[in-house]
Design a protein around this ligand. Structure first.
Ligand code: AMP
Ligand code: FES
Ligand code: ZN
Ligand code: ZN
Length: 330
């Protein structure tokens, strides 16, 4: 058995910082960083996530995953010739949101990445905790709805080719597996490396599709990336989600590389899952024009309930003001 002193990088002989079991490699700091950066470049190319001349809107919460995603995307953009613009949504969740916002602002400033910050309270008059109190609905469902809506408005207004999210291998594979168990097969089509733009919904890309949680944590640490350690106070994993994740990790221990093989197989079959859609084609919200399955979109319905009128159209104008002041409107 090797002692930690003897463990050397398989590529250069320097002391190793980690083992990549599925690649049968021990890597030093330099080669691990290169390994992850190459993996993300390959992901961007393999799945055609971004290309020369494109505008990518990177959604950044301030947590480890999306900060790492932004950093890696920014690095790749210089090599591949696309532009990255960051978006942070301040949900007004007390100190958690304050620290998150500051972290994203400092990080973007240090890298010279243009940043759009939207403040929920300024946009609709309510913070997320105030909405949760009024609506009596699970915080994450309100939060998800609002974030999706705002990301799409910004992406449309700045004519972004895609919105980049920080989801990684260990977020996506357990969720896909769970949806398979429950036979929510169409849901799986939304969880691949790329969702195409259609019906007024700007497409999504996931540059960390093939990067594990452990690899992200180590990359962020070795690259000294600043991120918020605290989790959102509303966060809470359901038991089944946690168990499916543990199951896939134990399988990975027995069959190194199986999670990435799974991810690649799903990506190849996304069109099969997509074809299983039973939802009707989207219409346009009569208030704000956003894509919607009903006459009124869920954002307008939500704001109608809390503020007494649907705010979609007003919010879009406020967002246009923010973008215009940043020189980001076409
Ligand atoms: P979640 O909905 O928390 O699973 O986050 C999924 C992805 O949405 C993250 O990886 C980020 O890319 C993005 N995201 C989450 N929260 C925010 C936020 N407050 N502002 C901007 N983007 C966010
Ligand atoms: Fe959305 Fe916590 S960030 S509920
Ligand atoms: Zn090395
Ligand atoms: Zn609407």
């Amino acid at each position: 058995m090797k002692t930690s002193k003897e463990i050397r990088c398989s590529l250069c002989g320097e002391p190793a910082v980690t083992r990549i079991t599925y690649a049968k490699l021990w890597l030093c700091k330099k080669h691990f960083i290169e390994f992850i950066e190459k993996r993300v470049l390959e992901t961007l190319n393999r799945y055609k996530l971004a290309g020369r001349g494109q505008r990518i809107l990177a959604a950044v919460s301030g947590g480890k995953d999306s900060i790492t995603m932004l950093y890696l995307l920014h690095k790749a953009s210089m090599e591949m010739g696309f532009k990255v613009i960051a978006l942070h949504i301040d949900l007004g969740i007390g100190i958690y949101s304050k620290i998150s916002r500051e972290t994203v602002e400092h990080f973007c400033q240090s890298l010279g990445i243009p940043l759009i910050t939207l403040d929920l309270k300024t946009l609709i008059g309510y913070s997320l905790p105030e909405l949760v109190h009024k609506m009596r609905r699970p915080p994450c469902s309100i939060c998800g709805l609002i974030k999706r809506y705002l990301m799409n408005v910004v992406a449309q207004e700045i004519k972004a080719d895609a919105v980049a999210l920080g989801h990684h291998l260990d977020d996506l594979m357990p969720y896909i597996f769970k949806n398979f168990i429950l036979q929510n097969l169409f849901e799986i089509s939304k969880l691949g490396p790329k969702t195409e733009s259609e019906n007024g919904l700007v497409g999504r890309i996931r540059p960390l599709y093939e990067v594990s949680e452990h690899e992200i944590a180590l990359y962020a640490k070795l690259s000294n990336l600043p991120f918020v350690y605290e989790e959102c106070p509303y966060a809470g994993k359901k038991k089944l989600d946690k168990q499916v994740k543990e199951f896939l990790n134990s399988l990975e221990g027995l069959h190194p590389g199986i999670k990435i093989s799974f991810a690649r197989a799903v990506a190849r079959n996304i069109h099969v899952y997509k074809a299983l859609s039973t939802t009707k084609p989207l219409k346009k919200c009569t208030v704000c024009g956003a894509p919607s399955s009903d006459d009124m979109c869920s954002f307008c319905k939500l704001t109608n309930r809390v503020a007494g009128k649907p705010l979609g159209a007003e919010v879009r104008l406020k967002i246009r003001d923010v973008l215009s002041s940043l020189g980001l409107l076409e």
